[in-house]
Design a protein around this ligand. Structure first.
Ligand code: C2E
Ligand code: MG
Ligand code: MG
Ligand code: MG
Length: 280
């Protein structure tokens, strides 16, 4: 008896184990509030045209300025946003921000006029029946040429339901925007779909770019991805380029565009403007 009481008392003083559901709800609440209160940030990573060596555009990458945890990368909150549906308002906001920047750069400079602006879409957004009107509305609020906007969808998201994806991509394409397959090589797309999808570029996953020059397997894979892109008449883009050696290998293989820390990290808007003036 005494022992039992003792144990009960001890349990009263033991800190409550953290409940993953409670943690998740708290984090979700924080993210929802964060979105409402303007805690999201967009950073922009330049893309380089490997044929000319000049910047050809930027990719918008979202961050969350968390009240206590600092600036969080998408890996800390995108899947939560995706599962909860918050990715819709989040995605709409990232698109609006990016188009605003695009317009302002176009007004400010000659260089900004020709830049392309890439925005990532998640699987959930791709399946959202409101996606096309969301993108259409965002474009209508600007004077941007829709062709200057590029929407990136991961190979994995596209292949979850290729038939539905084909329908969404076709509707987006009809708005005049460009489409990119992101993280290419990590999913299982069939050549049939690659040919059918109305896409403009393949972005070769960073994991293959890393081994360029050192891993003959990776070099062969990157070479085939570039060949595949060109065979279906679209551009090949290398992501995660970190060394001059990788650039040389990519140029030799005819890769069209590259992005990576070697050229620039994702930058907040003001730093991007500075980078563009220095590198235009
Ligand atoms: P992603 O679209 O494949 O973006 C490329 C990621 O690689 C970015 O990570 C970028 O910062 C990182 N990166 C670029 N160059 C290098 C390099 O040279 N070395 C290394 N180690 N990394 C490099 P980030 O910003 O953490 O974004 C991760 C992923 O989150 C993105 O992958 C994208 O799938 C997703 N994401 C980002 N922003 C959004 C968004 O607004 N909406 C949605 N739905 N997803 C987003
Ligand atoms: Mg991307
Ligand atoms: Mg990618
Ligand atoms: Mg990636």
């Amino acid at each position: 008896r005494a022992k039992e009481r003792g144990r009960n008392r001890w349990e009263l003083h033991r800190p409550a184990p953290s409940d993953p559901n409670v943690d998740r709800l708290r984090a979700l609440g924080e993210l929802r509030r964060g979105i409402g209160e303007g805690a999201l940030r967009v950073h922009y990573q330049p893309r380089i045209d490997l044929h000319t060596g000049r910047p050809s555009g930027v990719e918008a990458l979202v961050r969350w300025q968390h009240p206590t945890r600092g600036l969080l990368p998408p890996s800390e909150f995108i899947s939560m946003a995706e599962e909860s549906g918050l990715v819709r308002p989040l995605g709409a906001w990232v698109l609006d921000e990016t188009l605003k920047l695009a317009e302002s750069l176009r007004r400010d400079s000659q260089a900004g006029a020709a830049l392309e602006f890439a925005v990532n879409l998640s699987a959930r957004q791709l399946n959202d029946p409101g996606l096309v009107s969301m993108v259409e509305g965002a474009l209508r609020r600007t004077e941007m040429d829709p062709a200057m906007l590029l929407l990136e969808i991961t190979e994995t998201a596209l292949m979850q339901d290729p038939t539905a994806a084909l329908e969404s991509l076709t509707a987006l394409k009809n708005l005049g925007v460009g489409l990119a397959v992101d993280d290419f090589g990590t999913g299982y797309s069939s050549l049939t779909y690659l040919k059918k999808f109305p896409i403009n570029e393949l972005k070769i996953d960073r994991s293959f770019i890393m081994g360029l020059g050192s891993d003959t397997g990776d070099s062969a894979i990157v070479g085939s991805c570039i060949g595949l892109a060109h065979a279906v008449g679209i551009r090949a883009v290398a992501e995660g380029v970190e060394t001059e050696g990788q650039v040389e290998a990519l140029q030799t293989m005819g890769c069209d565009l590259a992005q990576g820390y070697l050229f620039a990290r994702p930058l907040p808007e003001q730093r991007l403007r500075e980078w563009l003036s220095a590198n235009a």
